[in-house]
Design a protein around this ligand. Sequence first.
Ligand code: MRU
Length: 353
Amino acid sequence: MRTLEFDANGPALVLVDQTRLPRETVYVTCRSAEDVAHAIRSMQVRGAPAIGVAAAYGLALAALAQSTENSATFMAALQKAAEDLRQTRPTAVNLQWALDRVLQRARTTLGVKGVKAAKQGVLALADEMADEDVAVNRRIGAHGLSLVSPSANILTHCNAGALATVDYGTALGVVRAAHEAGRDIHVFVDETRPFLQGARLTAWELQRLGVPMTLITDSMAGYFMSRGKVDLVVVGADRIAANGDVANKIGTYSVAVLARENGVPFYVAAPISTIDLALASGAEIPIEERASREVTEVLGTPIAPEGVQAAHPAFDVTPARLVTAIVTERGVLRPPYSESLAAAVRAYETVVA
Ligand code: MRU
C-alpha cells in the first residue's frame, strides 16, 4: 500500500507506522485532525511530502466532522484545525503549503456552493494531492536519471523514499529510476542518527526493491568518499530558500562538506512545493528542536548516563554553494539558484493557476 491512504468509509486516514519499522509493519488509523497532528508530531508519518499530504487529509477529516450548515462556523473550525496541524513540525514547508492550498479550496467552494460541497472539495483536493505527489516523484526520478552513471555508487542520508512521500520517493525516486532503467547501481545508506531513518527505513525500502546497498554509520561517509567509493550524493529536502540553501535532516550539511572536499557531486531531489521563495536564505528557515531523549536513547534503550542533556536540532542547512544541482519535477536546476528556482516556481504557478 501507499505510505498513507484515505478510507472513505471510516472516514479515516490510515498510515504505515514508521516508528515501528523495520521490526513490524503496523498501521495507525487517524479518525480526526487531532489524530493526524499526533501522528505527524510523533513521526509515525514523516518526510516533507508525506506530512503535507497527511495534513491535507487531516483537514478533510476536520471538514467531514462538521455538522454545521453555517459557512462561517465551518470555515472557523477548519482554520482552527489547520493552525493545530501547522504547529506540529516547523521545518518542512510542504506542510504549510498543503494546508494553505486546502484552506483556499474550502474558501472558494464554500463561497459558491456551500458547506456540503466544500467538504467534498476538501477531500477531493487531498486525494488529488496524494496522486500528484506520486506523479511528481516519478518525474523527479526521470529527470535525475541523467545524473546517474551506469554503475554509480550513490550515497544518501535520511529517508527520502516512498515512506517520506505518498509513494516512490524523491532522492530514492532517483535511485529507483536508475535501478528500473537497469543500471548497476549501489547505494551507501547513512544510518542517520539519532532517529535512524537510514538504517530503519531507507535500508528497508532498498532491500524490498532489490537495490544493492551497504549500510554505514554517518561517521563513515568521509572514509568512503576519500577512497573514491562514492560517485554522487543525492538527498531530499524539507525547505529550499530562494537562494538555494537547503534544509534537510541533521547531518546533511556534513555530507555536503565532505562531498565538496572529495570532488563528489551533491544533488538535492525535491518537488517544487519544497521551494520557499518567501525566505531569502537558509538562515530564515525555522529548525525544529526535538527531545533530548531521542539522542540519549536508541530505540528506547538509554545509551548515556542518566541526567545527561543532549542537543537535538532535527535539521541543518546546506549552503547553496555546496549544492551541485536540484532535481525537481520540472527538470534539473543549476546555479545561480536565485534565478533557476524562481523560474521553476513561476512556471509551476502558471500551470496550477
Ligand atoms: O525528520 P524527518 O524524518 O521528517 O526528516 C525527513 C527528511 O529530512 C527528508 O530528507 C526530507 O523530508 C525529504 S523527504 C522526501
